[in-house]
Design a protein around this ligand. Structure first.
Ligand SMILES: Cc1ncc(COP(=O)(O)O)c(C=O)c1O
Length: 499
């Protein structure tokens, strides 16, 4: 009998957390339960998710930027159905130069600055970075890569070597030779490049972890020192690319002309993993320099046609729906919506980012009574205040947000780029409500503590897993995370750590 997806979904409904606990990463299931984030989502459409209880959630993270066009975009869905129905001759590999990869390469190159001439396709942001690292080494014959503090470029080994967080690296090495420079510190970068052995400076135009920005002057100098010391400038646009910041590529805000650009996430249309590394002619052709080098770098699924269709349909929708301009305008609406809240709430200190890559900054209040409350929560763990906002945004208002980075009192918002006035108003009203509670009395923090404690309690009987038809009783948190600060803290840390 043919595989019946609807039947599988109906038969195994609600077993998701138990399956993850038993066969996958059990810590992730524990983290989500501790924060009370465990849901069974059954549908996604536009800016919203729906769970099996019929509740609707406003997704202000959009799968870390994957759902730039919203979930279940009709145009992309239709294009993929069409591709399936056409029985395209997919991945003929060494016997074919297929049309669709060529068209997507042309479309991406056409959107980049004039120096960008070539594209290489792979399957994830990290793979796009690996490609950039390899090509930079080859083109320059230099060993070192420089990256910025707080950077996140993925978690394959090359990309992990460029991670600005020690916890991601510890005991996963040895790594390729790299050096970290503080993000925004041009002198530190210059000191590294002056040594003449740096192949590339790989950098996010706006850092996902923390939503950190550097001034225009910094970027102008980055371009200049990279050119002077013949170090390739690699703009990692995996998160910032395709309109997120109100320009197609974020580096356009500062007139940069990187030698290599990486994109992924949004290019998938939310359906088919796809990434691209874009190159200048010189860098790309140094690697593919002769016929016997035609296959020195490749990936089996890299140019698969569903991914190419998803990419082409995504670019088409971005143009058709004026997504880049919309992201810019909606970003301004958010800023305008936050302005009165910044006036009203002492613990809300600022808003940073560009377009729909937004960081909400929180900090200590001046009023002594509020200061005591702030200190009480921050003493448990730095930046726990932000988590105490994220949790009620979810539980009271069913809105998905995230603490932007460990020990940073910044909440990150990456809404779908199709968000509009409805979503702006809903989010601003929800934030107003939660911040009002935080400033009124200790109630919000008790509510937060109760949620975390409830989630960390050894649970009652959960739905059994039916692997082979036989019923197995599974107790949630079989090993039973204790209700103590450690579990609450580690849950908060984990949900903050992924870029
Ligand atoms: C800037 C940046 N680069 C690279 C990556 C890695 O992408 P992936 O998770 O698809 O490997 C990410 C993922 O969050 C990212 O934000």
């Amino acid at each position: 009998m043919a595989f019946d997806l609807a039947k599988v979904l109906a038969d195994r409904h609600g077993e998701n957390f138990e399956l993850h606990s038993e066969f996958m990463n059990p810590q992730m299931a524990r983290v989500l339960r501790t924060e009370g984030f465990d849901r069974f989502y059954v549908r996604g459409e536009g800016c919203y998710l729906y769970d099996d209880r019929g509740e609707r959630y406003l997704d202000m993270l959009s799968g870390f930027g994957v759902y730039a066009l919203g979930r279940s975009h009709p145009g992309i869905k239709a294009a993929l159905h069409q591709a399936l129905d056409l029985d395209l001759p997919n991945m003929v590999q060494i016997f074919d130069c297929a049309l669709l990869p060529g068209l997507l390469a042309e479309a991406l190159v056409g959107r980049a600055h004039d120096g960008i001439r070539r594209a290489f396709f792979s399957n994830s942001g990290a793979e796009a970075i690996e490609t950039a690292i390899k090509f930079a080494h080859y083109a320059t014959k230099r060993p070192r890569i420089v990256y910025a503090s707080h950077a996140f470029h993925g978690l394959t080994t090359g990309a992990t070597a460029l991670n600005g967080g020690a916890e991601f690296k510890k005991r996963f090495g040895p790594f390729i030779p790299t050096n970290e420079v503080p993000f925004g510190d041009i002198d530190a970068l210059r000191r590294q490049l002056r040594r003449g052995d740096v192949a590339a400076f790989i950098v996010e135009p706006i850092q996902g972890k923390g939503v950190n920005m550097a001034p225009a002057e910094y970027w102008r100098e980055v371009q200049e020192v990279c050119r002077r010391y013949k170090t390739l400038l690699v703009a990692d646009e995996v998160q910032t690319g395709l309109g997120r910041t109100g320009r197609f590529f974020c580096h356009e805000h500062w007139g940069l002309e990187p030698d290599i650009i990486t994109v992924a996430k949004a290019l998938s249309g939310g359906y088919v993993p796809v990434a691209a590394t874009l190159f200048t002619e010189k860098v790309f052709m140094s690697v593919f320099s002769s016929m016997d080098r035609a296959m020195v770098h490749s990936s089996t699924f890299g140019r698969n046609q569903l991914a190419m269709v998803a990419g082409l349909a995504t670019l088409d929708a971005i143009d058709e729906e004026g997504i880049v301009e919309r992201a810019r305008a909606t970003g301004e609406s958010f800023t305008a919506g936050f302005a009165p809240l910044l006036e009203r709430y002492e613990m809300f200190h600022g808003v940073r980012g560009l377009g729909l890559m937004i960081g909400l900054e929180f900090g200590p209040p001046d009023t002594p009574r509020l200061r005591r409350r702030w200190n009480a929560i921050e003493r448990i763990r730095p930046a726990l205040f932000s988590q105490a906002i994220v949790v009620p945004l979810f539980h009271r208002h069913r809105i998905l947000t995230q603490v932007a980075a460990d020990s940073t009192n910044v909440i990150r918002l990456l809404p779908p780029l199709v968000a509009g006035a409805t979503e702006v108003d809903a989010f601003v009203a929800a934030l107003d409500d939660v911040l009002a509670s935080a400033h009124k009395g200790p109630g919000l923090f008790f509510e937060f503590g109760r949620t975390m404690a409830k989630g960390a309690l050894p649970g009652g009987k959960r739905r059994p897993i039916r692997h082979d038809g036989s019923a197995t009783e599974v107790t949630a948190n079989g090993s039973g995370p204790a209700v103590n600060g450690h579990h609450v803290e580690s849950a908060a840390e984990t949900t903050a750590s992924r870029a």
